[in-house]
Design a protein around this ligand. Structure first.
Ligand code: BAL
Ligand code: ZN
Length: 880
């Protein structure tokens, strides 16, 4: 595959003003007729260069220009392009092609899922539907007619508004949809199926009524209310917080079982992975409810940040994704606990995105080059991109940020633009120069920020010196300093916040402020500091950096109790846990008896005993850093030592705090028993505390704990409690109870694919010995299929990403298994194959024996035959 470079971007030679599509859907093929009303792009130069249309896996049936049929000598047809000579500046192309959605397992373009037709066109799927200029800077008005057998496909949908429909004599029917907004082909969608829907409406800020519909297969009609509520909340929030109003008369969501991504923001017709829209208390956990709320919001918010203003080219992907993730994170923070949302997001970013930034696929938020754009729907583009937006918000303040976003939407409505255009709007609205800040878009890698303090007891000054650096990443040896906003405060010996006055300032300005660190080394000196304070740094994780400050464990315990910033209270606990766990790892590596610092127990005891603390925060504080995070922090990740250390700490916490955990568990469970389920913040908090308490209690492996586990498993009225009890049993030594619970669960939920995904994941993630053999056996379960991405993620993905001790077993069998699945999936679904590879790409993190085994598997994949561009890019870059 060839590499595409940002520096080679050229405006399109031709534009497509109108796109008229007709789909004739049949069981063994589909006919697509496209009429493209085209013209020379005046911005691209003079003359009439050849027209090069994108098209892959299309059987060309007919082609005409301005109604004149073309013969074979009139055009050139290759594997991925159709080239012809336009006759004049303005012309009309008519093409007919045959495609095969019924055998499309890559789930890109038009395909069938559970008997329905649906599409996924981002990024480059439209070229598998018809010959087109499949690039985001070619925007067109679409009219789409689709026809199919009415009894099998009673619902026919596409983008925009329905304008006509009718029946044919042979049992077929048709519908025509017109989208009045210009859009690139990646936002095209169609759906045909036997679907039911729930309906609601939303009155917009200007008083227009918008019809809202969520479509699903009939058996899932009872699982849509939460998605609909989430949609209405999102529409309202976007009006209130960003002033953005919905623009069509109808907004539709369709749930699809086989989907590579979470969901897709097609104009007016969002298509969702069913896992991101279906939710019912009995079948979906609290986390799943929150994910539905967040993804519905994300896709809805794209209507402005992505659709009305789109990307000029795919290097600008974070323009829409980073911005939209930032928007959905703020929405979720407003709907739920802001602090808990931030904790969850930061834990995910630091574990997963930091690992990506330190690995062979590291790339800037705006990449310079790619082989396969599907490989760039990454944590860096999404999550780090959102952090970059958050930093702009922090540096400019909420008001100026909003003015900047208003200007961006006004200035670029209907256009395909770049990250630079976004920054320019922010600069123009705020007057802040973001030239240096833009390095966040062009430099990859996670910056380090080392902080040193100095107190002068005579002058009463306290200074903080920041030294930033960023390790080399592929293609980028040397980095220039970033602008790093450091939100901070200073605490006195009683835990009070000190007024903050920097040298040179007339007066103190608040007790929490943002220091903009922009040089490689930079000192900030505070005056009027009577006693040496304790700094609280990077509050709310104000920048995606690895900050280090030499806190003692006692200081961390103090911050855990006194920091006014909730996020930093949790962060102090995490840092304390990391220090203590790293000490245990060292002990394990030296073959010493493990001994846990009692201060960690003391800190958790006071958290657990404090009934005034938000239960969600207690649950977060009780959660030890994940093995994957500890691995990320290590120079060389010792998988076995990390697992042993963490498990030892968990058992010690269970033993020392058993009575407190038991009491809190009982109170929470009693409340669950006596209150009907609601997915609200207070109940979600209570259930997280209850479930983490249960997971600690279970380590005692006593009969009384097994009894409460079974009680919760049997009698819970919701999936959050039932699944947590199942997970505890699965990870316990109680073989009979475990087998019984797994069998009962599978029997009861065997027809619910999403619940069975959870059943697979719970088992795939169990660190007990024999994990690989269990997963291999589950691959033969009737509910498993490699053709469904959710199943692949639930079983193989969960095993390789979450079950470190089993995946990284020293004989390399875990690696071999994963490589086998990647090779099988390469032929079926390249995007999923490539994504599944991620754990093998991290080989440099491990000891030399494991490194060799992992490399060996990557080499085996490379030699396994014809590789998709998706898999080839990741494997070849990982081995480079
Ligand atoms: N645009 C791809 C799916 C999403 O990020 O919303
Ligand atoms: Zn998105």
């Amino acid at each position: 595959p060839k590499t595409v470079y940002l520096k080679d971007y050229r405006a399109p030679d031709y534009l497509i003003d109108e796109t008229h599509l007709t789909f004739e859907l049949f069981e063994d093929h589909t006919l697509v007729h496209a009429q493209l009303v085209m013209r020379r792009n005046p911005a691209a130069g003079s003359g009439l260069p050849p027209l090069v249309l994108d098209g892959q896996q299309l059987e060309l049936l007919s082609l005409a220009v301005d109604d004149v049929p073309l013969g074979e000598g009139d055009y050139q047809l290759g594997d991925s392009h159709l080239t012809l000579q336009p006759p004049r500046d303005e012309f009309v192309i008519d093409s007919s092609v045959r495609i095969h959605p019924e055998s499309n397992t890559a789930l890109e373009g038009l395909y069938k899922s559970s008997g329905m037709f649906c599409t996924q066109c981002e990024a480059e799927g439209f070229r598998k539907i018809t010959f087109y200029l499949d690039r985001p800077d070619v925007m067109s008005k679409f009219t789409t007619t689709l026809s199919a057998v009415q009894k099998d496909y009673p619902v026919l949908l596409s983008n925009g508004n329905p304008i006509a429909s009718g029946q044919e004599e042979d049992g077929r029917h048709w519908a025509t949809w017109q989208d009045p907004f210009m859009k690139p082909a990646y936002l095209f969608a169609l759906v045909a199926g036997d679907l039911w829907c729930i309906e609601d409406s939303f009155r917009t800020m200007s008083g227009r009524d918008v019809a809202l519909r969520i479509y699903v297969e009939p058996e899932n009609i009872g699982k849509l209310q939460h998605g609909m509520d989430s949609l209405k909340k999102s529409m309202k929030w976007d009006e209130e917080v960003y002033g953005r109003e919905y623009d069509l008369d109808i907004f539709m969501i369709v749930a699809v079982n086989d989907f590579n991504m979470g969901a897709m923001e097609n104009k007016g017709l969002n298509i969702f992975n069913s896992s991101c829209v279906l939710a019912h208390p009995e079948t979906a956990t609290d986390a799943a409810h929150q994910r539905v709320e967040a993804v519905v919001a994300h896709e809805y918010f794209h209507n402005w940040s992505g659709n009305r203003v789109t990307c000029r080219d795919w290097f600008q992907l974070s323009l829409k994704e980073g911005f939209t993730v930032f928007r959905d994170a703020e929405f979720s923070a407003d709907m739920n606990s802001r602090t808990v949302k931030r904790i969850e997001d930061v834990a995910f970013l630091r574990t997963q995105q930091f690992a990506e930034d330190g690995g062979p696929m590291a790339h800037p938020v705006r990449p310079d080059a790619y082989m396969e754009i599907s490989n760039f729907y990454t944590l860096t583009i999404y999550e780090k991109g959102a952090e970059v937006l958050r930093m702009i918000h922090t540096l400019l303040g909420a008001e100026a940020f909003r003015q900047g976003s208003d200007l961006y939407f006004d200035r670029h409505d209907g256009q395909a633009v770049t990250c630079d255009d976004f920054i320019k709007a922010m600069e123009d609205a705020s007057g802040v120069d973001l030239a240096q800040f833009k390095r966040w878009y062009t430099q990859s890698g996670t910056p380090r920020l080392a902080v040193e303090e100095a107190y002068d007891p005579v002058a009463h000054t306290y200074s903080l010196t920041f030294r930033q650096s960023c390790p080399p990443t592929p293609g980028q040896e040397h980095k220039e300093p970033f602008v790093i906003p450091v939100a901070m405060g200073l605490l006195d010996a009683h835990g009070n916040e000190l007024p903050l006055r920097l040298a040179g300032e007339d007066a103190a300005d608040g007790t929490s402020r943002v220091l903009a660190v922009s040089a490689a080394e930079q000192r900030f000196t505070f005056v009027d500091v009577a006693h040496k304070p304790l700094p609280s740094l990077l509050r709310g994780f104000s920048a995606p950096v690895k900050l280090s400050f030499p806190y003692s464990r006692d200081q961390l315990m103090f911050l855990m109790q006194h920091d006014s910033d909730g996020f930093n209270r949790w962060e102090a606990g995490q840092q304390l846990s990391v220090q203590v766990l790293q000490e245990l790892v060292d002990q394990h590596q030296r073959d010493e008896a493990l001994s846990l610092d009692p201060r960690l127990i003391a800190a958790l005891r006071s958290v657990l005993a404090d009934e005034s603390l938000d239960a969600a925060m207690v649950a977060e504080m009780l959660s030890l850093p994940a093995e994957a995070y500890l691995a990320e922090l290590s120079e060389v990740a010792d998988v076995d030592a990390i697992h042993a250390a963490r498990e030892f700490a968990r058992r010690e916490i269970s033993r020392e705090l058993f009575d407190l955990l038991w009491a809190r568990y009982q109170t929470c469970r009693e409340a669950s028993r006596t209150t009907p389920y609601a997915a609200d913040a207070a109940q979600i908090a209570r259930r997280s505390l209850q479930n983490i308490a249960l997971s600690y209690l279970a380590l005692a492996a006593s009969d009384e704990v097994v009894d409460v586990c079974e009680e919760q498993f049997e009698h819970a009225d919701n999936m959050t409690e039932r699944l947590a009890a199942l997970a505890v049993l699965v990870n316990s030594p109680f073989e009979a109870e475990k087998a019984n619970a797994l069998a009962k669960f599978a029997d009861y939920f065997k027809d619910d694919a999403l619940v069975m995904d959870q059943w697979f994941s719970v088992q795939a993630g169990s660190p007990l010995p024999g994990g690989l053999e269990r997963v291999e056996a589950l691959m033969h379960h009737p509910a498993f299929t490699l053709k469904n991405p959710n199943k692949v993620r639930a079983l193989i993905g969960a095993f390789a990403n979450q079950n470190h001790v089993n995946f990284h077993r020293l004989d390399g069998a875990g690696y071999r298994f994963l490589a086998d699945q990647v090779i099988a999936l390469n032929a079926l679904n390249p995007q999923i194959a490539s994504r599944l590879l991620t754990p093998l790409t991290r080989w440099r993190k491990f000891d030399s024996a494991r490194q060799a085994l992992m490399r060996g598997e990557l080499e085996r994949i490379l030699a396994s035959g014809e590789l998709s561009s998706d898999v080839f890019e990741v494997v070849s870059k990982s081995l480079a």
